[in-house]
Structures are given as structure tokens and as C-alpha cells.
Ligand binder design. Sequence first.
Ligand code: ZN
Length: 335
Amino acid sequence: MPELPEVETVARGLNKFIVGETIKSVEVLRNDSIGYPEVDSFKRLLKGHTFETTTRRGKYIIVGLSAGAALVVHLRMSGRLVLKEKKQTEKDIKASVAKNFLRVRIILVSGKELHYEDMRVFGRLWYVPSGTSVEDVVSGIASLGVEPLSHLTAEYMLDAFRGKNQPVKNALLDQRIIAGIGNIYADESLFLANINPLQPAGKLKLQQLVVLSKKIIEVLSRSIELGGTTLRDYSNLSGVNGDYQNAAHVYGRTNEKCSACGTRIERVKLAGRSSHFCPKCQPISPAIRKAHDAAAAALKESQVEARELKLAAAKKKIKRNAGAKPSESIKRRKR
Ligand SMILES: [Zn+2]
């Protein structure tokens, strides 16, 4: 999933490559990719705009357009923006749809094209008319917390985490507190700050948060320098993959030796995501660890139970339908 550094890389790429380009026409190949307005208006309204400066808010890309309008892009799980410098033939487009899941084509007057590709179709594009704020059109932006690179302080975290019993890892992933910290960067900054991801957020001392806020900024900045992290679904605008993953200390390194002390890296599930830590560099009280393991085991058990119930219900249905006449819909499809 593209995270803040990847999104920042894309924003910088747009500033480098498409400022001054004018939109000739827009083709939408998958209606679900458009968040606002409806597809026909989206295509009509974008036409004729010139690209201006792109900024980023959390993981949202805000592309400035002429006359004070904007195009907002959220890549979510697998979205990417790709600039096609060469004129696209019908064959090229067919190949892009089949291989790269091309969803939206923004054709520029210069002959270049800006492509939005998205395998899983969770990402969205919104057109924001002039005179309207992006927050009004994209509700997700309105609820975002502080920007880590420009506004994060230990005092802010102390205040935001006060009274929170949830693990600090979950609090870091909460976009309403801090915008744009994803799984990799949360794990990495916690490791560098010697804080265990299971540690209750509200129990952290100001001194620990001073270190943590510094490490978050350090990790994100370093990753931006490297052009984001290499991930299966991600490549930056010029199509070159970033390289943070090779520099990661704990993320994706379960059972490998800790770079600082040689202890094996452990993994726990938090907020549905894998969390990686060194049990020696990031100590946690046995009571908290025990409580987490017990809760995780109970959750797993309930999930297994739910799956078994679902399976039993499906089997029952199959049994009931066996021997029955083909349904209307099947007959219709055969025709
Ligand atoms: Zn260690």
C-alpha cells in the first residue's frame, strides 16, 4: 500500500513532470474509480484545465488546476499514477488495461498521457471545482490529524494520546491523530525509539514521545529521500521503484536477527496488521504481552468458529438446492 513517502514522491513527480500541461480529454474505463462528481461531469469539467502545483495532505494527492480547481487522488491499496511520454496507440491502451489495470486516461494537449492504474479499485479521483474547498468534496481530508513532517511535536502526541489505553501502534495508525503514518513507518519509528508497539499510548512519557516524534520524522524523511519503499503494487510517477524496504530494521523481518542486538524479530497482529519488533530493544511488561496473546488467541478462535458456521450454512444450502430445478437466472444466462 502506498504510504506517505510514496505519495510525497508521486506529488514531487507531478510537480516535476506535468506542471503547465493542459488536459485535452479524459477517458474513464472504470466508473468506480471516480469519487466526485459523476463520471460524465468529471470528464467534461477536467477538460481544458492546466496543471499547476501539486501538494499532499496525509495520503491524499492534491493536484492544483487552473482557475482554482483541483484534482484529488487517493491511491489506497494499489492505485498508481503513471506518465506516458509516448503517444498511446489502441494496442498500448489495450495492453495497459489488461496488464496494469488502467482505469482513467488523462490525455494531454502535448500528446503525453497521465494514467491512473488500480488493480483493486479502492483508490479514488475527485474533481474539486473552483470556489470549493477540498475538505467539502473529500470528507476524508476534513478528518485528518496533523501532518507529521511539518506539525508533529511530542506535546501534541502527549495530548492526543492522553487516557488512551490502546497500543501505541494503533494510535500511530489512526489517521485522525497523525495523517499518513502507515504500517512500515510506524514499526520502524517505534523500533528506533525503543518503544514496544503493544505499549499503551496513554502511558508514554513526554521524554519517550520526544524521541518517537523525532524518529517518525527521520524515518519518513529518509524514505522520501530513497523514493519511497519498494512494494509490489507501487512505483513512483517516473516508474522507478523506491528502496526503503531494504533499509528497514524490523518491518518484514520476522525471525531475522535484530540489527542492534541480534535477538530474533517478533511479529504480533495489531489493528489487523502485522507489527514487528525486537523483544530486547523494545521491551514490554510480561503482563501486557500475556493480555495481548490471550486476546489474539480468543479472536482467532472466534474467527475459526465464524468460518465453520458459515461453511455449515453453505453446505446446508447446497443440500437444499440439490435436485432443484435450475433457477430463473441460470436459465436466462443460458439463453
Ligand atoms: Zn534488538
